[in-house]
Each structure stands twice: as structure tokens, then as C-alpha cells.
Design a binder for this molecule. Structure first.
Ligand SMILES: Nc1ncnc2c1ncn2[C@@H]1O[C@H](COP(=O)(O)OP(=O)(O)OP(=O)(O)O)[C@@H](O)[C@H]1O
Length: 287
């Protein structure tokens, strides 16, 4: 078992209930996409799994570590070093060199002397170069992060996780800054990387077609709850429409790779993209 949440909930300090009644588990090596409208709770769920937020209700075990308010700081630190997180906006100091940003993936695994030394002089340049090459960013190895585009910076964040080789990869809108072709290629890379190393992959995605195409399992989140949890091929158009319906029940176009703009996109869907989202057969294009 990679993780197990039992009736878990998350209430923020201001009293807002972001998650409730979440029961979800994954076997080691499974991949799943979290989909749902903006504000549904996808990031909250990823942050909880990553133990940045501790569940305020229910029980949670991640990589054999029980996580609760009683878990010690040392245990949480050790757990976090085994989890790789891809953020929507990579939390990378902009003045840092790309090579240092990638090597930071292993800071939590290296002894303190090596981690400190690597900040002054990169300790594994070949390793960083190899990770960047997989994202077509090899030429940026010694560039400063503030010289990169938003999409390139997002790929540096992914290279960091590839370099880290964690047992659990949590990706929060990992391709939000990328064009559709690159989005597909990068999500494909993450899925293949996870499969090759038997790592578990949980990714939140706005583009429903990308989620259905690339992931074995789809978890629909709405209003902080799980609306459905199904193999990709079993998700129906009706379930998707209900997931993204407005508060007064109006259906609207599904967000896809071609119209997704960070969650607020509901422009007309190109016919081909809608066909992808509609078709269970689309579940094979990524594999
Ligand atoms: N630190 C916080 N304090 C209070 N409320 C929060 C906090 N973080 C998130 N929320 C609220 O929790 C809800 C879920 O937010 P979350 O970021 O998990 O949604 P999401 O599904 O990831 O949205 P998006 O697709 O727009 O990124 C939102 O209503 C948000 O305003």
C-alpha cells in the first residue's frame, strides 16, 4: 500500500472545510489523476498526502508512515524526503542555477555536509544533466532560473522530481504552463517514469482529456469530497458533466488541453478535443 486515507478531512485555520470524508488508497506503483472544478480541493488533497497539511479528521498513512498531529517533526521530515512534489509554480529561488535547483531534489536524502556543499558547488552535475535531458532542457544546465520561461521553470521542477526518484510523486497541475503537445509528452514522461520505478503517481489536472488519456484511474473531486473513483475507461460523460456543473446544476463544456487555462476555462471545445474527452478509447493514446 502506498497510501491510505480513511474518512480524512482537512479544515483550514480559518475554519474553511477544504476536504471531508475522503477515503482513498493506492497500491504502490498505481497512477491516478485528480480532476474537478477550480476550488474543488485537488491541491488540498495533494498537500495533505504530501504531509504539508496534516489531516484534521480521520486517519492517513503514507509510505507506511502514519501521519497525524502526533507525528514527530523528524518523522515528517523523513517522510517528505521520500515524496516528490511537482508544483504548479515550482518553488525555486529565481537566482539559483538550474543545476542546483535540480540537485535540490536529493537534499533531503543526502548527509548535511553534502547538501551544504552542493549549494556552493553542484555535487552531481551528470545526474542533473541526465534529468534535464529527459525534459529537453539539457542546454539550460547552468542557466539562472530567472532566465527561464514559466514553462521551462515548470519543467525544471519536474526534472528535480525525476532526479529525486521518490516512492510517491504528487503533481499539482504539472503542465499548467505548457502547450498541449508538450503537456502530453511531459505527462507521458511522468507516467512512464513512475511505472518504470514502481512509484505511485497522483496528479491533479484541469484537462480532462489528458487525464482520461494518460491515467489508469480517475478521481473526481467536488466540494472537498470524492465524487467518483473509477478506472479511466469507466468514467462516463454524464459523470464528467455533473462534476463540472455550475452550482445551480447547469452543464458546461469540459476543460480540455485546448481550452484549459488554470481552471477557469470554459470556452468552446475544439471538436477533436471534445471527442477525446468523450471517448473511453482515448485512454490509450498515452500508453
Ligand atoms: N490555506 C487555506 N486557508 C483557507 N482556505 C483555503 C486554504 N487553501 C485552500 N483553501 C480553500 O480550499 C478550497 C480548495 O482549494 P484547493 O486549492 O484545494 O482547490 P483546487 O481544486 O486545487 O483548485 P484549483 O483547481 O483552482 O487549483 C478553496 O475554496 C480554497 O479557497
Amino acid at each position: 500500500m502506498s497510501f491510505l486515507l480513511e474518512d480524512a478531512g482537512l479544515t483550514h485555520a480559518n475554519g474553511f472545510v477544504a476536504l471531508s470524508g475522503i477515503s482513498l488508497s493506492a497500491a504502490q506503483g498505481e497512477n491516478m489523476a485528480l480532476i474537478g472544478p477550480s476550488g474543488a480541493g485537488k491541491t488540498s488533497l495533494l498537500n495533505t498526502l504530501g504531509s504539508s497539511y496534516l489531516p484534521t479528521a480521520g486517519r492517513m498513512t503514507v509510505l507506511q508512515q502514519t501521519v497525524s498531529a502526533h507525528t514527530s517533526a523528524a518523522q515528517l521530515k523523513a517522510l517528505r524526503s521520500r515524496i516528490g512534489t511537482v508544483h504548479q509554480a515550482a518553488p525555486i529561488p529565481l537566482r539559483q542555477r538550474v543545476v542546483t535547483a535540480v540537485l535540490a531534489g536529493k537534499l533531503g536524502q543526502w548527509p548535511l555536509w553534502k547538501a551544504l556543499a552542493s549549494l556552493a558547488y553542484p555535487q552531481d552535475i551528470p545526474g542533473a544533466r541526465e534529468a534535464l535531458a529527459r525534459l529537453q532542457l539539457e542546454d539550460k544546465l547552468f542557466a539562472r532560473c530567472d532566465q527561464l520561461s514559466g514553462g521551462q521553470l515548470q519543467r525544471v521542477g519536474i526534472a528535480r522530481v525525476l532526479y529525486q526518484q521518490p516512492g510517491l510523486i504528487l503533481a499539482d497541475e504539472p503542465v499548467s504552463a505548457l502547450d498541449p503537445a508538450l503537456s502530453l509528452a511531459i505527462v507521458q514522461l511522468l507516467v512512464q517514469e513512475a511505472a518504470a520505478r514502481q512509484a505511485t503517481l497522483v496528479a491533479s489536472l484541469h484537462a480532462v482529456d489528458l487525464a482520461l488519456s494518460c491515467f489508469e484511474r480517475i478521481v473526481g473531486i467536488r466540494d472537498g469530497r470524492i465524487a467518483f473513483d473509477l478506472p479511466a475507461a469507466q468514467v462516463t460523460q454524464a459523470q464528467l458533466q455533473a462534476l463540472y456543473a455550475t452550482a445551480d446544476g447547469q452543464t458546461q463544456p469540459l476543460p480540455t488541453m485546448h481550452n484549459s487555462t488554470g481552471g477557469a476555462a470554459h470556452a468552446a471545445i475544439p471538436a477533436a478535443a471534445q471527442a477525446l474527452a468523450d471517448s473511453a478509447a482515448s485512454a490509450m493514446i498515452c500508453r
